[in-house]
Structures are given as C-alpha cells and as structure tokens.
Design a protein. Structure first.
Length: 320
C-alpha cells in the first residue's frame, strides 16, 4: 500500500508539473516578446510626437487666422470711419456741386464694401477659426489617452523583469504568479495599444478632412468678398469720374467773389454806356458844323458882291 501511495503521490506531482509547464507555455505565448514590446513602445512614441507636432502647427495656424480676422475687423472699422469723414465733408461742400455728388455716391459704395467686410469677418470666425480652435482640446485628450498606453507598456515591462528575476531566484509558485501577472499586463498593453491605434486613425482622418474644409471655406469667403468689393470699388471709381473740376472752380469763384463780380459788371455796363453816349454826341456835332459851312461861304460871297457893286457905282458917278 505504501508503494501505491508513493506511486499516487508521484503521479500527482507529475500532473502538477505538467500543469505548471502548460501555464508557463501559455503565459509565454500570450505575453509579447521583447521585440514586440519595443515596436509597440516606438509606435506610441512616434504617435505622441506626431500629435505634438500637429497641435503645434494647427495652433499656429489658428492663431494666425485669428489675427487675420481681427485685423480684417479693424480694417472694417477704419473703412467705416473713412465713410463717415467723407460723408461729413460732402455735407459741408456746397460750393463744388459735382464734387459733392461724387462724394455722396462714393460714400454709399464704400459703406457697402464695409458691410461685406463685416460678413467676411463673421464667416471667418464661424467657419474657419472656430473649427481650428477645437484641435487644441482634441490633441490634449489624445495625449492623455496615450499616457494610459505608456502606463500599460511600463507595467508590462516591469512584470517581465520580475518574471525574469523569479525564474532565477524564486520558487515555482511565485514564478507562476509572476507569469500570470505578466500575462495580464501583456493583454492590457495589447488592448490599450490597439485602442490607441484606432483612436489615432480616427484623429488623423478627422484632421485631414477638417484642414481641407477649413481652407476651402477660407478661400470661398475671400472670393465672395473680393468679388463684391471689386464691383463696389468700380462704382467708387465711376463716382469720382463725374467730378468736373472746371465747373466746380467756376462755381467757387462765383461764390467767393459775388460783390466784386457785381461791381465789375456795373463798371462794365457804365463804361459801355459812356462809350455809347460819346458816339452819339460825335454823330450829332459833325453834321452841324458841316451845315454851317455853306452859310458862311454864302455870306462871304454876298459881301464880296456888295463891295464890287459899290466900286462900280463910284467909278460911274463923277461926283462921288
């Protein structure tokens, strides 16, 4: 009987050794090799560096577009100020009628440009800047998730080192415990790495679509604004072309020198009247002199005839 008990004990011990060997084989098969662990670690590090670079570049792009939008808004404000100044000047300018009308039309078109610029600012804020600003939070969340992957990988490495030490120094039962812990750590690390790959894949696809969409929106917004601005600035150019400097200068002279002009007109009228009177007096005096000349000549002739008659009488009468 003692021999039977001894044989049974040896059988149980052999079965336990077989079970331990099977568990060890399963643990080794389910745990990752050193090369796989290094590849997973390198992959996680590459993903982390890429997320950091994307966060940096998209953050810079978002800041630049935000500054672009703010400067566009300030340009809109300055355009409104310019329109106000021109309107006030046009209200004052009454001595240059064509310039006044041209300024009024110019202000109307310039104000319309600023209205379209306001729409441009709102669209940039809504469809461009806000879309990129969300990537700061998204990148931080992805990096936080990567911390879990690094933690699982570190835990796996620690358990692997423990197992290697126990294989040398510790008894079989502790080795089995370490192998089980390594198995669990490997499974967790594999699960986290796989989840991280899926998350990064989704992040990459979303980033590509969003960058494409944002830049297309930016170009469309700019095209719409500049097309409208070109049309309105053409109207501004046409408004300025209606200004007639000669007509406005003549009106200015008339407005600035009304008294001198009246005096000049009165003096010119008086001079013309004086010249007309002189011509009338000359025309009247000349015929009078000419009409008197025959009478004088006739008188002289009659006096000469009278003297001749007297002389003839004296010579005919001896007594005289």
């Amino acid at each position: 009987m003692s021999q039977g008990r001894q044989a049974g004990s040896e059988t149980r011990q052999g079965g336990e050794r077989a079970v331990r060997q099977t568990l060890a084989i399963l643990a080794v098969n389910m745990s990752r090799t050193g090369a796989e662990m290094k590849a997973s670690e390198s992959q996680s590090k590459t993903i982390q560096d890429r997320i950091t670079a994307i966060e940096k570049h998209l953050g810079q792009l978002c800041d630049t577009l935000g500054s672009y939008t703010r400067k566009t808004a300030r340009l809109r404000d300055k355009g409104d100020e310019m329109s106000k100044c021109l309107f006030e000047y046009a209200e004052y300018e009454k001595w240059n009628p064509t310039l006044r009308n041209g300024l009024m039309q110019f202000v109307e078109s310039l104000s319309a440009v600023q209205d379209y610029r306001e729409a441009q600012v709102q669209r940039l804020e809504k469809k461009v800047v806000s879309q990129l600003s969300g990537y700061g939070l998204l990148c931080k969340q992805t990096k936080n998730d990567m911390k879990g992957a690094f933690t699982a990988q570190n835990r796996e490495q620690v358990q692997k080192k423990k197992l290697e030490q126990m294989r040398i120094k510790q008894p079989h039962n502790r080795q089995q415990i370490a192998e089980g812990e390594l198995q669990r750590a490997s499974i967790e690390a594999s699960r986290v790495s796989h989840a991280l790959e899926q998350q990064v894949d989704s992040f990459e696809a979303k980033k590509i679509r969003d960058v494409k969409k944002v830049l297309r929106e930016f170009v469309q917004i700019e095209l719409v604004f500049h097309a409208k601005a070109l049309e309105l600035y053409t109207q501004c150019f046409q408004s300025i072309n209606i200004v007639d400097p000669d007509a406005d200068l003549e009106e200015f002279r008339r407005q600035i020198r009304p008294v001198n002009t009246a005096r000049k007109e009165m003096a010119s009228a008086a001079q013309q009247s004086l010249q007309g009177s002189k011509r009338s007096s000359d025309s009247l005096s000349t015929p009078t002199v000419r009409s008197m000349q025959p009478h004088v000549t006739n008188g002289i002739r009659r006096e000469s005839d009278l003297k001749s008659s007297l002389n003839s009488l004296v010579s005919a009468d001896p007594i005289l």
